[in-house]
Design a protein around this ligand. Sequence first.
Ligand SMILES: Cc1cc2nc3c(=O)[nH]c(=O)nc-3n(C[C@H](O)[C@H](O)[C@H](O)COP(=O)(O)OP(=O)(O)OC[C@H]3O[C@@H](n4cnc5c(N)ncnc54)[C@H](O)[C@@H]3O)c2cc1C
Length: 460
Amino acid sequence: MSKEQVIGALEQALGSENVISKKEDLVTFSFDATPDMPNPLPDVVVTPSTTEEVVKVVKIAHENKTPLYPRGSGTNLSGGTIPLEGGIVLSTLKMDKILESDPDNLVAVVQPGVIIQELNNEVAPHGLIYPPDPGTVATATMGGSVSECSGGLRGLKYGVTKHYVMGLEVVMADGQVARFGGKTVKNVTAYDLVKLFTGAEGTLGIITEITVRLIPAPEARTAMLATFDSLEDAGNAIRGIIASKVIPATLEIMDQVTIKTVENFSKIGLPTDKRAVLLIEVDGIPEVVENEAEKVVKVVTENKGELKKAKDDKEREGLWAARRAALPALAQLKPTTVLEDATVPRSKITEMLMFLEEIAEKYNLDIGTFGHAGDGNLHPTILTDVRNKEEMERVHKAVDEIFKKALELGGTLSGEHGIGMAKSKFLEWELGESGMDVLKKIKNALDPEGILNPGKMVSK
Ligand SMILES: Cc1cc2nc3c(=O)[nH]c(=O)nc-3n(C[C@H](O)[C@H](O)[C@H](O)COP(=O)(O)OP(=O)(O)OC[C@H]3O[C@@H](n4cnc5c(N)ncnc54)[C@H](O)[C@@H]3O)c2cc1C
């Protein structure tokens, strides 16, 4: 079929109100939150509401070997939704139903277009939470965050998305519907395909239903702000907190560039003269929270830091709003923000922080670093301008060095933002030739025509 015939077939299958093909409407779907990417237009965008409609779209794509790009809210930071080869973008935003909230079994079942925060709003009256909370919790979809295996601020204690996905319904590349896992806590039936599709970045199938685990909301919590005159002291305090057997729900860092920028942006009284701040929250039953907070105070003081506890919910929310403002605040300074998420073992955080300062100096770049320090997941953010070709060359060299260093320190290319287009060229550094071979075999077996999100993570 020609492109026009494919669009006609999609209109017939879904109704023309669910098919977008005007050029001006397609522009929105040519980019996501990732900078420095090509922005090709898709030929068409479809907005199915049900699994049956997704099946119809996939069958049309399969029969015509048309590239198919699943898309949630487009907030990913690895070029995951860019329609590199034109074709069809499948937006899940109309698949936005919470199908079941089941407090007795501590699970919920959702369509992929449900926004993460909406799930939390739904289960909160039952005293439950769904812990994965990327900075985009109020905008990102469940389907997108499962496909990226998103982490977030609570990853240190509560883990990341893959620790909460119990079951999936997936439309495979040929249009078959497969279901894996379910509501039971224990399930060792066959391969763990739930994990395979979690983090597959839309390259192996389209997720149409997600069953997730919920947990009781913590009874009490204490948020703290620790300030330091040196990055080394802050790094040592992070190690010290974990070594004292306290696993905070959140342990975040902001360097001085980020502190100054966030303060300028949100005026909440952050100490701009300090080299680093840690935002720490311990939660659980009140006695444990009190005890853990005391241990944190001790470690921070031993590492020459000063500590302030949030005295009420308002102050606590102010601290977290400041942390969530880190990226938007940095993004105001220059037209382009190149944000990485190379991750190192916790014991290597100090070394990585110092290395990032060296890299900023070596390549004469503005780098603000913040991130989930407690799990070694730093977000060095290079402030630049894609139109400045000479500076972009230095940016690319700096990024190469950051990834090399992370791997050298026993870390990984991505703690939570995925591989997409942005990091596929580095993948072999981490996986080696044989690891890449396994990846390609899985991709070829499940998507032999290579129609699902081509050009991302691993090519056919
Ligand atoms: C300001 C900011 C802060 C962020 N903070 C964090 C953070 O703290 N932690 C973190 O982990 N991430 C973070 N992110 C990255 C991003 O928000 C997450 O990856 C997010 O969960 C993606 O959700 P989405 O709905 O936007 O997915 P999209 O960007 O639309 O899609 C992401 C990927 O999933 C695929 N996909 C989408 N839906 C489906 C589906 N139904 N089936 C199969 N594949 C699908 C897409 O093809 C793409 O490859 C941040 C991003 C921004 C811009």
